[in-house]
Design a protein around this ligand. Structure first.
Ligand code: SAM
Ligand code: SF4
Length: 401
């Protein structure tokens, strides 16, 4: 079971899941239970104390050891805890085995960890300090992916735009990576996630002008529209700075769409702070965003603060999600009867229908007689709901003739 520790609800799910497995295997041979990911890193041996059905606990920096750990467990029949922090070794080892799949859209991890220490967040504790993989290693992997059929690369990192690698006297940043990956033949689209506003530097913003494969969509979490709350969260940016980034991006391309993350009910959040967040959401017109009620995480500074009233937080979350949904609906409505470019990712089971995404990441379900996976095609949108667009392939006149 791969686990997430970012909110309490996500962390608790793993124990429920182990309980379910235990029940369904009651009259069968016990399966080997391995808990991986950030809950494993954070709770370590406590997990086995709480649930002795678990056999191996393995943190996110030790995935490359999974096979050896299983073999060792089978030999010695002894529970194993492996939560070492050796991120460099992990990438060196994983490079040999992973990303050989031929997916149209592939994630490529370029960075891990975080040095920002937002007061609500466990990532700096579970994932450790910022680490950037070597430039050359990433380019090799990108080329390998494209050779295997990838048409879209999503550069991935907890703080992806903090990517910073010094090699042979040269300093490589995320913008250097995007520019180089933009040159790979047969690659059609580039995206990156998740970014921090503080690291949205001019050279990176400039890429939206100079790199034709960089898609006009950015996930840029702000968390709150109140400067008081942003300060108390230790976010290291204020609302005005965030808005100035969006304005620079829109100056380059009016059609760039922005999505974000929001935390509702952070300790000390008053109604007027919440209204500031709502106003900001309306001003920017976010699409495709995520919102969560503050969840106190063990060991973080915010977990020591007085909690807000849960009922009020739930009401605020509902109000925010209704607004975000209505913005998403409005965004989708704008596509109605228009033609958009869609990268085809797969064919839907037993149907003459395909799934793909627009340049702004909006999911599209479309009908087409003939369509290749990995192709970018024109789609005419004829209906929509708040999640998806629906349409059909629009052949240009020459092809149709
Ligand atoms: N690095 C990204 C950034 O700084 O914006 C965010 C990465 S975090 C893994 C994903 C999202 O989870 C955050 O943007 C935040 O909204 C949410 N999150 C993190 N800790 C949380 C907490 N304690 N309670 C509620 N939501 C939380
Ligand atoms: Fe967590 Fe993102 Fe803040 Fe890092 S920058 S502490 S990952 S929310």
């Amino acid at each position: 079971l791969n686990t997430c520790h970012i909110r309490k609800k996500a962390a608790e799910k793993v124990y429920d899941e182990v309980g379910r497995i235990k029940k369904s295997f009651r009259s069968l041979k016990k399966p080997l239970i391995i808990i991986a990911g950030c809950v494993a890193q954070a709770e370590s041996e406590e997990m086995i104390k709480r649930e002795p059905y678990i056999d191996i606990v393995i943190g996110p920096q030790s995935y490359h050891k999974i096979t050896d750990l299983i073999l060792s467990y089978e030999r010695k029949n002894k529970k194993i805890i492996e939560t070492e922090f050796d991120v460099v070794k992990k990438f060196d080892e994983l490079e040999k085995v992973y990303n050989s799949e031929n997916k149209v859209s592939s994630y490529l991890t370029i960075q891990e960890g975080c040095d920002k220490f937002c007061h609500f967040c466990v990532v700096p504790y579970t994932r450790g300090p910022e680490y950037s993989r070597p430039f050359k290693q990433i380019i090799n992997e990108a080329e390998k992916l494209v050779k295997n059929g990838t048409k879209e690369i999503i550069l991935l990192g907890q703080n992806v735009n903090a990517y910073n690698s010094f090699e042979n006297g040269k300093n490589y940043k995320l913008s250097s990576l995007i520019k180089r990956i933009n040159e790979i033949q047969n690659l059609k689209r580039i995206r990156f996630t998740t970014s921090h506003p503080k690291d949205m530097t001019e050279d990176l913003i400039e890429c939206y002008k100079t790199c034709n494969k960089l898609m006009p969509f950015l996930h840029l979490p702000i968390q709150s529209g109140s400067n008081k709350i942003l300060k108390s969260m230790n976010r290291k940016h204020n609302k005005e700075y965030y808005i100035s980034i969006i304005e620079k991006l829109k100056d380059i391309n009016q059609n760039i769409k922005i999505s974000s993350d929001f935390i509702v009910g952070y300790p000390g959040e008053l109604e007027k702070d919440f209204i500031e967040t709502i106003d900001l959401i309306k001003k920017i017109g976010f699409i495709n965003s995520y919102s969560f009620i503050f969840s106190p995480r063990p060991g973080t500074p915010a977990s020591e603060k007085k909690l807000n009233n849960l009922q009020i937080s739930e009401q605020r979350l509902k109000k925010m999600q209704d607004l975000l949904e209505s913005l998403q609906y409005k965004n989708n409505k704008n596509y109605q009867n228009k033609i958009c470019k869609v990268l085809i990712e797969n064919k839907l089971n037993n149907q003459e229908k395909y799934f793909g995404r627009t340049e702004n990441m909006t999911p599209v379900i479309l009908e087409a007689d003939e369509c290749k996976i990995g192709e970018i095609i024109d789609v005419e949108v004829n209906s929509f709901n708040k999640k998806n667009l629906f349409g059909f392939r629009k052949l240009n006149k020459e092809r149709a003739a």
